[in-house]
Structure formats: C-alpha cells, structure tokens
Design a protein. Structure first.
Lengths: 348, 348, 348, 348
C-alpha cells in the first residue's frame, strides 16, 4: 500500500484543466458584444496567427471537439464512396464511434498494421488498389496521427515518403494533430516542416489536451480543398454562434510559446516517468516514449494492485496489451515519482 | 442623423457575452482534474438540477450548439425515412443548413404555415398521411419552437392540442427551446407544465442566447426514447472530453433563478421597445411581442437610413418582410431608447 | 350493377405487361455470353440510339426502377446540403419514400404549389434564397415532371422560363420523365426540344410504365455533371451484373417508334375516357387531360359504388381530392367504355 | 497457340444467360395485368415456396442485384454506428463499392483474415470489443459468404461455432448466398441445416449467377429483425413496380430442383477443371475447389500467353495472387477441356 493520496491525473490528458493564459483569455473575451458565427475579431486574429506559425497562407475552422475536427477534415477530402487509409490503432479508427463514416456519408476506413502505431509508405503503396474501378470503394485519403496513438512521432522523412505515395495515387493527406504540439517539440522542427512542407494537406490541430478548455481547429494548407467546408462546418453543428470563446482560447494558446511550453513540460514529465520505468526490473515499455504518453506492459495482477493503491489505471487504451499513462501541461513531478514508487513496489 | 454611438447589440442575442454567474462558474470549474466525457461532477449535478426544475426524472445530454442540440434530439425520435412536421419559419427548417436531415440520415421536414410562426393542431391533423404505406416517407415527429421564431409563445392549450394529435398518430414531440427561459417567464407557468405535462417528449434547452458562453442541453422526458442517443451524441462530435466546462455553465445558469432572471430582463427590454414602437406613427409590429424578439415592418428606405446611423439591422431573419430586433440579459435601456429615437426620426 | 367483368387495368400503368417488341428483345438477348456491368453490346447500342433520338452526345446509365432513377439523378446534381425545388405533388416529394434524401445524403426538397401540378418560373424565382449563406441549405437543383403527376404537360416556353431562372441561380435542372414518351407525343415536339434545347440537364427516361418489364435510364445532357455518377450507380446496387437484360428492353423500346406508338395509343385511350366523362352530367375533370392520366372529382359514394361493381379505383393518388384512372399501351377501348358506362350509372 | 475459338465464358458467372425454365417463366408472366409493388401472385407464391424449401416461416423481399441484396440485409441488422465483422476478401468488403456503408448510414466493416477466405469463430471472438462503450463503433453483425469468395464452403460446425460467438455477443448473423445453391449441393445438406438451424438470421439468396436474368431475394428467418425493412426496401429503389418479373424468375428457379441442378452441374464442371489442373505439373490450385470457382496460381507470363490465345482471364479477383475461373449452369465440358489444354501448353 502506498502512503500518499490517489494518483488520478495520469490516466488521460483530458482530465486536466486549462492553463492560466487560456482561462484568462476567455474571461477577457467575455465583455461587450461581438460578431457571431466566426466573424469575430478573435477568430480573425487566430487565422492570422496560424498563417504566421505555419509560414504560409492557411484557412482555418475552429471547432469544439477532436472527434468533430477529424471527421470534418476527412469529410472535406474524401467522397462518400472513398477509402481512408489509416493505422489500425488510429483514433479515427478505434475511438470516434464511426464519426468519420458518419461525416463523410459512408467512407471506408482501411486500417493498416505498422510498428509503433505508425504506418509506412511501403505498406500504404501495397494496400492501394482499385482506382477508377466502380466495383471498389475509391482510394481517397490517408490519415496519420502526429504524435501517434502510441506516443511515437513520425520522422520528417517518414511523413514525406507517405505523402509521396499519396500524391502518386491522388490521395489527400490528413494529419490528426490532437497532440501536434507534443510532436513538434519532440521532433525539434518547425510546424511548417512537419506539415505542408512534408506534404500534409489538412491538419486538425488540437488544444484541448494541452491547456485549453475545449478548442480544436481544422487548418487547410491547400485552399482548393476547402470546397464546401464552410457548409459542412455549419451543418454538423460545429459553427458556434459565440465562436469568440473557442477562438480566444486558441489565440492565447498559440500566442508566444504557450502551446510549445505546455507540450515541452508534458513531454519532460513523460520522459521522467519513462526513464524511471526503464530502470525498474520486471517492467517493460511497450513503445519508445517520444511525446507525453507512456505505455508499459505490466501483468494484470500489478494493474489490480495499483488500483487497490488508488491509482487510476487506463488499460483499455490502444491494443489492450499495454497500460497507458499520460502527462499534461500541469502534471506534478511528485505525482510521477509516486507512480514510479508504486510500480517499483509491485513489479519485481 | 442620430447623435449617439452605434447600436450594435440588438441584431441578435448571439452577440452578447455571458452573465457573471456563468463566467464565474467556468473559472471555478477550472481547477484540478475531473472525469471526462460527461462523467464529471458538474454534469451529474446538472442532471439532478434539471430533474428538480422539471419535477420529474429526466435524462440529459449537454452539447455545444443549438443546431447540434436540435438535430441530435430529432435524430433520436425520427428514423431516416421519417417525416418531421414543423412550421415553415422554424429554425430547424430555415437556419440549420440541413443539419436535421444530416443527423437523421435523410428525414424529411414537412413545413407548415401558421399565424405568428406557430403551427396548429388542426393544420397538423390535416397534413399527416401515409402511415404504414411504403411509398410515403413515414410520419414520425412534430417539432415546435417555444418561444417561437416570431417571438410569440405557445399557450398551454395550444401545445396540448398539438401533442394530442401527435399522440393519436404515434408521433414523437420535440420542443426547440433555444429561448425556453423567455417562454417560461412570458407564460408565467412552470417548466413542467409547458413541456412534459403538456405532452412534450424531448426538449432542447438553450443557454447560449440567455447568458451562457456556449451551452445547450437535450432533455429527455421519456427514457424509452433515449435508445441509442449516447452513441449518436458521441458520433456527432458533441460529447466533449472536458464536458465539465459546458455543464458548469448550465449548472450556474439554472441555479437559483439566474436563467429566469435573465429572460425576464430581456423580455422587459423587448416590451419597452415594442411599446415604444406601438406609440410611433407609421410603423407597425409584425407580431405580438411575447418574449425577447421584436419584429417591425419598416420600408427599405428606413432600414437604409438606420444603417447610415450605424444601427446594425438584421433584415434577413424570418420571412424577409420584417426587421428583427433582439434583446438580451444585458441590453441597456438606453440602447433601446436610442433605437426608438432613431426609428421616430425616420418613420413618420 | 354493371354487367361486365371487373375493370382492373385502369388503376395504374404499373399493372400492365410488356409490349411484344420488348419481351421479344429480352428473349433474343438471352443467348450466349455477354460482357457484364453495362459493358455489353446492348448497353452500347442503347447509348448510340439515345444520342440519335436526342440529336446530341448523351451519356446514359440504365437502372431497374423509377425511384432509383430519380434519386440517383438528383444525387449527381445536388450536394448533401442542397435544396431541390419541386412541386408539392411531385413523385419525388410524395411517392419515393425519402429516396432522394437518402441518395443525396440529406438534401432538402422544397415543395412549391402551382396549378395543375406544375411549378412556374415566377414561383421558383420567389422561393430561392440564401445562396452562399452557411445558415441555409443551399439552392442546388430544380426538378420538374413531364408529363407531370396531374397528367398535364409543360409547354416549351414554361420549361424554358423555369430553366432560365435555374440558370440565373446556378441550379441544375432535372426532368422526371417517367412518362416522357406521353409528354413528347402530347406536345408534338422533338425529344431534344423539350429537354436540353429547353435547358434540361439530366433526364430520367422511363420505360416501365409504357411497355417495358422494368427499365429506366438516366440521360445526361451535360457530361460535366456526370462526375462520380458511375460510382454512385454501382454503390446504390443499380449497376446490374447482367445489364444486357435492362438495356435490351430499352433498345427495343426506343427502336423505330415503339415508345411513341405506345404512348400515342395510351394518350388516345385517356382522351377517349376524358371526352366521355366531359359529356357526363354531374362529374368533373380535376385537370385537363394531356397524357395518359385522367383525374375526376367524384363523391366518395360513387367511389364505393364503383368498387361494388368491381372497378379497381385508386383514390390515394395525388392530392386526395380526385380519383385517378391511367391508360396504358394495351388498354382496351372496351374497358374504357365500360368504365364510362359505370360512371354514367352512378353519377347523375 | 491453341487451335480453337476464344474461351470467354469462364471469367465470371455473370456473363452467362438465363436457363430455359427461368426465361420461359418471365415470358409466361408477361400476360394480362398484375398487382404491383410485390403484391402480385408470383411474389406471394415465391414466399410460400421459400417457406417450404427452408422448412420454416420466412419473410422475403426480392431485389434486382446482389449488391443491393447484401447492403439492404445488412442495413436491417446493423445500426448506423455498428460494426459488421467479415472476411477481408468478402464481396461486401471489396466489391460493393461502399454499398453496405451507404445503406447502413455509415456502419464500419471490420475485416478479418482467415484461411480459404473463411472467418473462424476464434478469430471473431478475439476481434470483438467495445460493446456499450460510446467511444467505439458498436459490434452489431457478422457476415459470412457461403460458398465463399475463394469457392470454399463453410462446414456446418464452422457456421454453428461462428453463430454461437455472435449470439454470445448479441450480434446478428448475415449470410451472403450469392452462390448459395452451389454451397448447398457441395455440402449435401438441406437449405435449413446450413442457415437458420445453424444460427443464420438473414440470407441473401442469389439467382443471377446460377440461371436467372437478374433476381436475388432477402430471406428473413427471424421476423423480429424485419423492423423497418419494407421501408428501406422501397427507399433504396429496389421495390420494383412490376415485381412479378423478378419473382417469376425466382419462382421458376426454385421450382423442382432447377436451382440445385444448375449448381450441381456448375460444380461438376469446376471439379473437372480443378482435377485437370491438379494433374498438370507446374501449376497449383490456390484453394480447394468446393463449388463453381477454381483459383490457380500461375505466373504472369502464362496469363499473358493465355490472353494471346484469346482466353478471357480474370486476374483482378480476390487477393491478386491467383487467377479465377468460374463455371456456370451452361458451361460446356469442351470449353473446360480447351482451357486445360491451353494451360498444359503454357505451364510446364
């Protein structure tokens, strides 16, 4: 039995609150009147800020949830009879309850295997078939998650290789960036390099998991893909009348290096946990730790022992064979260390 | 030319900010960790509070927008091949960009005429046909808006008459309550009397227009209608991971009489405007003023003159023949009076 | 009580069998092997024949039912968030069980009133609004039925006026030609004049009601509208593997003047019935008789008396206020005359 | 170079014509008037005949294509957010262009591997997860093809084991019986034994590939699953107005042992081909031959040589690693022998 209070904060990054800059921005935005439906000054400023961050002209659409963000982005680049290639462990395939299929009007997710929850250019190339053949759903898009569901990031050359295959087959490229900030600081490259410069067409950039209340934004790098998106945005109930309250969050989040600072801190806490675990006998990391998620393989008996200790353990994530711990912008080092002590106690 | 600063706040109730109680509640909720996906204590308390308000067991699902709220509620009570009876001026028919059709998978909105943007039991009775006949889309639901799009409220006996017809034809009854608080204080009845006691099955109760940042909630009065709703809720991207921030708004909104106080004030400001207009020669109210919306028939030349004066005039609303002014929880009496002076100047 | 055998054939043109030329063609096609999925020689010949008939390059897609034909054609020219303008009595609005909504992924049918079940250019012009506004479903297409559901045909200038309004608002134009042959012979114009020369973009040309077993064909006059149609065609289960059996029907139907001969005969039988009724006291035609449908206003007591006589009376059609009789390519004059005698007996 | 005329008939069973009994029945049905929309005497008789064949009360819905038949059946037993478990080589997964996704409104096909294109109970058991969890699309149905896409049939105990797993997880069971007759005669069991007695809930029974023009029928063994099917049937454009022409085909097909005779013959021709190939050196069967399909692994150079000889070779089928030859009710033994000679010539 461990001596301390329960360890509840490491089960998910969705359980954390918003960081002060974001909360303050919402309070500050709550004065006076403001244009509605995204024509407010916060949304306008946000777009300008994202153009700056990505060093190119982008078009943006803020939304309230990551599921909506991904499903909407995919519906802009995939017809109702299209195929979306993705990893079998990707969030769009396993955790969005059919939202991509719903928003696209019936597109088919083609799930692929691949080490560390990443797909490869080779696997993509060998999976595509049937273009132009009316008997087969049509190859339309590829979606990669960055940082991916195993907490691993794609290297620039991996992304470029995938998007080259996509381009050769006329597929559009979507990046699920629910943990985009964590990937950017992990790779140590610019946001532009890891997205459009590497061939990504549409990014769903997340704020919720990294210091916002509820704020995500779809970022289009190729304006010709926008098409009917403004209509799809509205039709899905994601065009908030008081959009200023979403955009103000994202504006604060992306001002200065709040977003990168938060991610850097969360990644550091994950590294602390990961390194601590590596030093323990009888416990194994399931994946390399490259962002803010740490997966460990521990026997069911240890999971139960941890729960008895009051640790909130999430063992349903991913492929079921590993337990996930997630750090956030405000995870305390002491909490990480307490978890390490508990693990040391039970794994030997 | 009027002497004062522009009148911008009366074009819509979506341009207003949140009331202090709601904003404070969000700030207060932003501490520590919290369960995600609606299992947080704020959401649990919110459901308890709504049971109290409606004097019965209800099941609730908070969402971020009114469009999602209506479309989701309708998708729970209408099959993909169903017909939804509604007024031709209803928000679901004119202002939600096909969201009801999208969320239901293709249901057909059957729009009806009716004085003051209200449907009648008689009209409903005479419009229903084809039940059980595979050649016709199937009668499935009726939707009424309360307060309705013309700012008029349904009387209790009108609601009961409509729901009796619905019941006789096995239709489910949806109430769009984007301005439910305004209707309740206008009628001077209890929330229960104007909903389930009058035969309403599902209510979409709005907070956004009356003092929240972005918060709506679907309220089920008949648990057997919920069916797959939790899945539809998630699939539509409306199950926020950090749901506490929506629920905390609604909890504060519905605590004490914040919601009724806000509505009472907005209705009073609308009455002030309406009475002022009634006293002006050469200008006519389009509908009786019974909530927080005032519609006036003024010539295009007056609309233009007002715009020159800096008044933000919304003439696209409703049926195009009237100009809409909307008051909110924080509309200043002085602003109303300035608008009256501007109208007096141009209408004679 | 009338003396003769029951009158069953006049309730619908769907109860009739196929004409000899069509039946013979199916039998003839049933030899040897043939390419599948529409690449057979019958389908190729059919397209050539339709190019000839319409005096222009057309692209065609045969299908098995009129409902599929209309819904597929509409899905090619209307986005999922589009509006389709049509008459309130149109088959797509009342008799296809939501198929247009289903095939389009949620488009909204905007039904209009109009004398004799025809819409007018003026009414269309005044009904269109909201283009480019994300709050409103988008104006996308107009659909007219020719001959229309009341058995009346559109005059060339009426069609041109409607399509001019459509063009001015960037709407695509669909013609439901379930009884196209009847319209063509009634008007005495060429197929080209009443379709693409008058501004029609897509025609669903029916064979089933006029001498085929089950054969309809979608005819595109503007190839740029085809887009993804081959995929939609397959996805809806309407691309028959043994398409030769549909195409062979249509090829025989459209060879020489079989289709026009059948329609001319059916129209003549309808005229015989209509003229006979006009001569009867106490009975009134609901619409002018211009094709193969005759609508009469008779009291419910007469309907019942006719049924006692064994006449199969279809009183559910159209607006419920009239009884429909339909003639076909093989209606016997004696059957028409027997119906006239029965009507004479009961209406006085 | 082979001496004879081209071998065209073995690329697919869709290239064959209808057998005499079926063709004669259509001609015979083409007299007089008949009730429409499936209320004709042929449809009524067909249902009675299927009750007899399956030794139980069944409800049936005839349709025009196999794709529609499968997609409609699946839409009756799977919600829009459901998962359908199937083999990765199943026709619904690879060859129906997203029709199942379209008809169900977005269900997700979960494809599984498995020897000889068959899934196993064990694989199914280990693939199911997430029941009741709103983050995951919901396990809803399993679909097996019998005879399957590799030409192999399921043994009775294999079917029972799969349906037992399905039952334990509240999944409904669909059987794609496009080649059901071939499976029945191959197994030598009764139609009842291999369907409902083994736990199958809905069968799509094909006629098109085995002697019909275009005729398939959805057979419900559990009436409580029918639900809204009549409406879905109509909405999809598959309720033919002159349904008698589909039902008459199926009635003739299922009268006496026409269907089994045709299948027995086709299977025998496949066996002849398969045995001939087994005797050839340097050529290998890809799967055991148990119905009317023979898959052989031959190098690309042989495929090209065969094509030079005029053999219509289908090498796009299945997993791309094998060439498919299909026999039909009217395949000539001489054609099989000619193919064997051509193979002998090129494979050594």
């Amino acid at each position: 039995m461990i001596e301390e209070s329960p360890i509840n904060s490491l089960a998910s990054d969705n359980v954390s609150c918003a960081c002060p800059e974001v909360m303050d921005a919402v309070v500050a935005a709550n004065t006076g009147i403001s244009d509605s439906y995204g024509e407010d000054v916060y949304s306008v400023n946000l777009e300008a800020r994202l153009c700056e961050i990505f060093e190119t002209e982008v078009k943006i659409f803020p939304v309230a949830t990551g599921t909506a963000s991904n499903a909407l982005a995919l519906s802009a680049i995939t017809p109702s009879f299209g195929k979306i290639y993705c990893h079998e462990l990707s969030h769009i395939n396993t955790d969005e309850y059919g939202a991509p299929e719903f928003f696209t009007g019936g597109a088919k997710l083609v799930d692929m295997k691949g080490e560390n929850a990443k797909i490869t250019a080779e696997a993509l190339e060998s999976t595509i078939y049937g273009q132009g053949n009316v008997h087969h759903a049509q190859p339309a898009a590829v979606s990669i998650t960055h940082a991916c569901e195993a907490g691993v990031v794609y290297q620039l050359d991996e992304i470029s290789a995938i998007t080259a295959v996509a381009r050769a087959h006329n597929l559009n490229v979507h990046m699920d960036g629910a943990r985009f900030a964590n990937a950017v600081v992990s790779l140590g490259v610019s946001p532009a390099e890891t997205t459009w410069k590497a061939g990504v067409d549409v990014l769903t950039l997340g704020g919720t998991k990294n210091g916002c209340l509820a704020a995500e934004v779809v970022v289009f790098f190729r304006p010709e893909l926008i098409g009917n998106f403004p209509f799809l945005h509205k039709r899905s109930g994601q065009l908030l009348s008081k959009m200023r309250f979403i955009s103000a969050q994202l504006e604060a989040y992306l001002t200065g290096d709040v977003w990168l600072r938060n991610a850097r801190y969360a990644n550091a806490m994950a590294a602390r946990l990961s390194e601590g675990i590596a030093a323990l006998p009888g416990i194994e990391l399931a994946y390399p730790t490259q962002s803010n998620e740490v997966f460990v393989r521990i026997p069911e008996s240890v999971v139960e022992a941890l729960r008895v200790d009051g640790v909130n353990v999430n063992d349903e994530e991913l492929d079921g064979s590993a337990v996930r711990f997630v750090t956030a912008w405000n995870t305390e080092a002491a909490e990480v260390d307490r978890l390490l002590r508990a693990l040391a106690l039970h794994c030997h």
